[in-house]
Design a protein around this ligand. Sequence first.
Ligand SMILES: NC(=O)c1ccc[n+]([C@@H]2O[C@H](COP(=O)([O-])OP(=O)(O)OC[C@H]3O[C@@H](n4cnc5c(N)ncnc54)[C@H](O)[C@@H]3O)[C@@H](O)[C@H]2O)c1
Length: 484
Amino acid sequence: MRKVRTLGLLGTGVIGGGWAARALHFGIDVLAADLKPEMEDWIRGAVANAEAALARLTLAPLPPKGKLSFTTDLHAMARQADFIQENIPEQLELKQRVLADVSRYAPPDVVIASSTSGLMPSDLQQGMVAPERFLVAHPFNPVYLLPLVELVGGRQTAAAALHAAARFFTYIGMHPLRVRREVPGHLTDRLQEALWREILHMVNEDVATTGELDDSIVYGPGLRWAGMGTNLIYHLAGGETGMRHMLRQFGPALKWPWTKLEAPELTEELIDKMVAGTQAQAAGRSIRELERLRDDYLVAIQQVLREYNIGAGATLRSLEERLYEESAAAARERIRSAAGPETAARAGEPLRLLETSVRPEWVDYNGHMTDSRYLQVFGDATDALFRYAGVDEAYRRSGRALYTVETHVSHKAEARALEPLYVTTRVLEVGDQHVRLAHALHRRRDDALVAGAEQVYVHVSTPTGKAAPMDAAVRARLAQLEVS
Ligand SMILES: NC(=O)c1ccc[n+]([C@@H]2O[C@H](COP(=O)([O-])OP(=O)(O)OC[C@H]3O[C@@H](n4cnc5c(N)ncnc54)[C@H](O)[C@@H]3O)[C@@H](O)[C@H]2O)c1
């Protein structure tokens, strides 16, 4: 299976738009195809709308954004894409026909995945050319913020296709969940459907309003679910003996009529109640307004969960680790050539360590990059340098780290939103327990100096929190770059 540089989208509605925003953000080009030409405006709008929240998800250095193109020629898309994600309406025959058609134009090493919420991959892949490269990859709305994607293979799906898809989705910051066996509705929608059926029953029988039922989740189980699922939560509910005790204590309730699960008849009266209930909950707010609110708290929750390395926060953490590592890898090559023996005379020359640009949300009320972001970009350049010297995640886990103890920043010119920038760094001094660096932040378009910074870092033993000598190899690598 090939490396994915261009993601082809088949159908560019709500889900296609979400895939586009996520892929572009993490540096993948997107070729979006839809039968309706007016969907071009829609998908561009959807991507722009997603950007506000997506840009705040992680501050790690990102690759340059991908490029978005649009076509109504599905065959042209199939010929050019390295990976195709289908997101057309949930109708078996339509999907079968379109997938079979597109599979005739996509080279056989191009994975084709369907976003279907509940159709079975074996049914979808029937008429395709090279059906072994087909699988279901079921995402969740908003695709650009929720990391979960369920991967389901059909009878003819090759393990290599599932593997390649998992690798690609991880690359764009997702958590691929391999579903062992195809079942209608996959895993998540079966669970959601059970809750949904009970909701419809309770509204139908006037037991509760839509708002009260939402409160029954939001103020309780919903808070738990972001970090732990029902099974682990119930294990905790059993006290010291966990799940065994829990099943003994609450087991009898399974025989009581707590749930119905059979869906009620969708009468006009029930539909009216559901609509009136949710309209009351929306309290005059538009869908766009509510989406922004949802996106903002989804970003905030993932950042909190990152601290605890749990659920979506663990996915975010490993994504960031890779982004820092990739940015450092590019810098490493440049440092190596500057530190080589034949160029020893160049030691002390500024090393170009970081390429970045001013993200729109970094800008203050004067329209310029705000103060705290200077520290962040200098910090990212330092990170690249220290990783080169061997101070990486493993080094930090071994109880050693470099802490900032002093920073002086001087501002020389302005940097506005989206301005491309780069940072150069010189190693001014290396001791047993400290490093002194000088950074310079430049505008890429005219190389003008935007700001300079001098920073001192102390090497510490993290368990004691006290200064301690750094690893000899780390020190030697930094010393090679020291200004003579
Ligand atoms: N909306 C959700 O929350 C959600 C979540 C996960 C998965 N899904 C699944 O994603 C798929 C798409 O759902 P959606 O909500 O984005 O639907 P949507 O109606 O918003 O978008 C469907 C798009 O497909 C286009 N289309 C229709 N026929 C086409 C064809 N023959 N060729 C190319 N384009 C065509 C339409 O013009 C439209 O733009 C469905 O299978 C759905 O089950 C939806």
